[in-house]
Write a protein that binds this ligand. Structure first.
Ligand code: ADP
Ligand code: MG
Length: 830
């Protein structure tokens, strides 16, 4: 029968009250402790509590041999640990076979004599928690990680021991410099090593807390913790404690307010007195708990990680070895080693990324040859000549790149990067027309239905058809021997319509199809796909390219994006793509005037919109982002639409657009807005990318603090597409400091590249491109702005790839495994 926590507590109290003479239980305390520990261990659910348990060494105690002072101290500590452990130690049920062998004693609540030692020794021990066997074991096999805790960590993407090793802190707090008490500065975060003179529970108003007096050679100071009365017991008099926190003033006296604390005797410092890691947390995860768990795991496991980088690469890059890098990334000895650790781990990401991307390119280009799409100058010149504008120099240059690629049999894989409004669509149109002129089919894929619909219309216009609407429109550039058949295909088409279109595509009855993801779904077959254009690639994913490959056809691919990426970075992220940059806007464009306004100024913005409408212009009003709920977002947009229609602009024509509308309603709203019949379009973020209504000059963004920098840049890109002065007005109610930084950046910077750099700086590694979405592995440590490291990683990757493109040499085996792991679930690479 296991001894309950409460019973153990009483036994220890009795022992304490009897002067720690080892008289509380017959046969001595040790036997009881050993037995209790063996049974309690498996029931301890919180890692923090478990660490305390381990620190007390119940299982190896030799109380009988200790002197009275040590006994006193130990009991003090054990009692205070039991207090924190309350509820965290699930009372273990005895192993079933133990029961019949030893009939249970009546469970007295008074000090219970332990069962005779011999029996305790023989009775089967409770099993220890199952031990993690490999780096790929689930975290719940780690000591102290309960299913509940495991689930919380799972939310943070941590599922295996390896994940936990790679669960890096967001940043570190520098608590390595210790100040003497006399040197503490008010208002600053400081660290102190001191002795506890006294710690006791106290009251702050109605709440209980802890107050302690601490001292060092230079003086004394008071420390207070609100809401943490139990701390008093955990800070024994004379203990050496390290404190980190802010010093305030109370009645003219310096006082430490709720500092982090740690007893020096507990071994390595992890919360104080060093560079302290700050981990990303979720509800129910606590900083101390995560730090302790990671520390224990790193201590146990980092050394067992295999360094997959070939020795040569490590030497060339002057890189730390992997186990060391992992350990130092969590608990660095110094800022320098922290930096080296980060550099090594960042290198790994970039290097593996580059290798994967190179493999992908090789596979793409060597698997099957593509079709040469001959230049046909009269077609291209005819198209260009029919446009209502002349191409910019940048457009001409990029068009030449594209035409040269298309003429080859090696399939093109080209990334076209161009600032919002730089005129990418017309280049796509030219390339698609060329495919058709060569007798092949072309496809243009857009990330949203609204954008696909717009492209469908735009192409119709560019090809000179003006085209009737409907499932497919025939356009008649007299450049081709026969009418060009253009079609639209999106996910919301009825199955019968879809089937019909799919049949036409498969029979080659359609030359150019515009659509959404629906284009790459199962069942869509082309007769002879020669070119696929993917617009606004950053929302799409590189991997979906593979879905465009058709039986016997390896199409040319043109990927277009308005996300500006510095060149080296683009080469790393999209090293499988050739790169063209449209670095020029059509002439006559004015910079969009951008203002950040407080909600009190909303009325003024309405007056302003009215003035613009009076001048014949139009406006967008974007409703706040409601994370993860399209339904709520739609509801909010409807409410805002009604409010504006009834109360603010009853005399104007307003339209509404959100993700929950039917396709027909979306089309209708866009059609009316485009044709100028609506003055104001109230919308959710669905108009974020690609929408092109040159007469719109005002972009009003409500709740602008909720949007990211690149989104704000995209919104702003919806205006300023004509020759009129345009305005972007950003409304935000008490933005957080981070949001304020974003808003200030967007007001200050027009240039997409500059904004991308800023975005990188503000958001830090990993999140910048939402690489997950784009079919690339996540980058956590790599700073995409770290050009020198990108360069080294790229050089080394190319060198290795050229020497061993299949990673089949034996010394590259661990590398091949790591590569597979990193690109796992990212599609094409294998
Ligand atoms: P994006 O690069 O953002 O996709 P679009 O292709 O939608 O830009 O073009 C933005 C607007 O500029 C469109 O209205 C388009 O007709 C117009 N445009 C494109 N090229 C030129 C040009 N060379 N001169 C003038 N206007 C142009
Ligand atoms: Mg576009």
């Amino acid at each position: 029968m296991p001894v309950p926590v409460e019973t153990l507590r009483r036994i220890l109290k009795v022992e304490q009250s009897r002067g720690c003479l080892d008289t509380a239980v017959m046969g001595g305390l040790d036997k009881l402790l050993h037995r209790w520990a063996g049974q309690a261990r498996q029931g301890i659910t919180e890692p923090g509590v478990l660490l305390g348990f381990q620190g007390l060494h119940f299982e190896e105690s030799s109380y009988a041999t200790w002197d009275p002072e040590r006994r006193h101290l130990w009991i003090e500590q054990a009692l205070s640990w039991l207090e924190t452990a309350e509820g965290a130690v699930v009372e273990a049920t005895p192993p079933p076979q133990a029961v019949p062998a030893h009939p249970a004693r009546p469970d007295k609540t008074a000090p219970t004599p332990p069962p005779p030692a011999r029996r305790a020794g023989r009775s089967p021990r409770a099993p220890r928690p199952s031990e993690a066997r490999s780096l790929d074991s689930p975290i719940t096999t780690l000591p102290g990680v309960t299913p509940r805790l495991g689930a919380k960590l799972g939310k943070m993407g941590v599922q295996t021991v390896r994940d936990l090793l790679y669960f890096f802190p967001r940043r570190h707090l520098d608590r390595s410099q210790r100040a003497p008490i006399s040197g503490l500065q008010v208002g600053e975060e400081q660290t102190l090593l001191a002795t506890v003179w006294e710690a006791r529970q106290t009251k702050f108003g109605v709440k209980r807390g802890t107050e302690a007096i601490l001292g060092d050679d230079s003086g004394n100071i008071r420390a207070v913790w609100f809401n943490q009365p139990y701390l008093a017991r955990r800070l024994p008099t004379n203990a050496q404690v390290v404190l980190s926190g802010r010093v305030g003033l109370f009645r003219g006296q310096k006082v430490f307010e709720s500092p982090e604390w740690e007893l020096l005797e507990n071994g390595d410092l992890i919360h104080t007195g060093r560079l302290v890691p700050l981990y990303p947390l979720t509800e129910g995860l606590y900083p101390r708990q995560v730090r302790q768990l990671v520390k224990a795991t790193v201590d146990d496991w980092a050394g067992r990680v295999d360094d997959f980088l070939p020795q040569e690469v490590r030497a060339n890059g002057r890189l730390l070895d992997l186990p060391q890098a992992i350990a130092q990334a969590h608990y660095p000895d110094s800022p320098t080693s922290q930096d080296q650790a980060r550099r090594r781990l960042a290198f790994d990401e970039l290097f593996l990324l580059q290798l994967g991307v190179l493999s992908r390119k090789r596979k793409w280009q060597e698997d099957q040859p593509g079709r040469s799409l001959g230049p046909q100058p009269q077609v291209i010149e005819g198209l260009v000549g029919s446009l209502p504008f002349t191409l910019t120099a940048a457009q001409k240059r990029v068009l030449e790149d594209i035409l040269a690629d298309l003429a080859r049999t090696r399939p093109m894989v080209r990334l076209l990067q161009g600032e919002v409004g730089s005129g990418k669509t017309v280049l796509a149109a030219a390339a698609l027309l060329l495919a058709a002129a060569n007798g092949y089919q072309g496809a243009l894929m857009a990330p949203t239905e609204i954008l696909a619909e717009q492209h469908f219309r735009t192409l119709g216009q560019i090809f000179g058809g003006g085209g009737q609407e409907g499932e497919s429109c025939q356009v008649y550039p007299d450049l081709l021997p026969r009418p060009l058949r253009l079609a639209l295909l999106t996910g919301s088409f009825r199955p019968s319509e879809k089937n019909h279109l799919q049949q036409l595509l498969a029979q080659g009855e359609i030359d150019i199809v515009v659509g959404t993801h629906a284009l790459i779904q199962k069942g869509v077959e082309f007769q002879r796909l020669g070119l696929a254009v993917v617009d606004e690639q950053h929302r799409f994913g590189v991997l979906q390219r593979s879905a465009l490959r058709q039986k016997g056809f390896n199409p040319h691919i043109l990927v277009m994006t308005a996300t500006p990426i510095p060149r080296t970075l683009a080469l790393t992220l999209y090293g499988d793509l050739d790169l063209s940059v449209l670095d020029e806007l059509p002439p006559g464009r004015l910079a969009v005037k951008t203002r950040f306004l407080m909600p009190e100024q909303r009325d003024r913005t309405y007056t302003f919109i009215r003035e613009q409408v009076a001048l014949g212009r139009q406006a967008f009003v974007i409703c706040p982002l409601i994370e993860e709920s399209e339904a709520l977002e739609a509801k909010a947009a409807v409410a805002e639409y009604q409010r504006l229609s009834r109360e603010i602009f009853p005399d104007l024509k307003l339209g509404l657009l959100h993700g929950r509308l039917s396709t027909a309603d979306k089309d209708e709203a866009m059609r009316l807005f485009r044709s100028g019949e609506l003055h104001i379009l109230v919308s959710t973020s669905v108009v974020e990318v690609g929408i092109d209504v040159p007469n719109a000059t005002v972009m009003l963004v409500e709740g602008a603090d909720r949007f990211g920098l690149s989104q704000l840049h995209q919104f702003r890109g919806r205006v300023g597409r004509g020759v009129e002065q345009s305005y972007c007005l950003l409304l935000a109610q008490s933005p957080s400091p981070e949001a304020r930084e974003r808003l200030e950046a967007i007001v200050r910077l027009q240039d997409g590249f500059a904004l991308a750099e800023e975005d990188l700086r503000l958001r830090g590694p990993g999140e910048f491109f939402g690489t997950r979405q784009s079919g690339l592995p996540d980058l956590r440590m790599a700073r995409l702005s770290d050009a020198p490291l990108l360069e080294i990683a790229r050089t080394e990757a190319i060198r290795l790839f050229e020497a061993d493109p299949d990673f089949s040499q034996p010394q590259h085996e661990p590398l091949a495994r790591e590569l597979a792991r990193m690109w796992q679930g990212q599609g094409e690479w294998s």
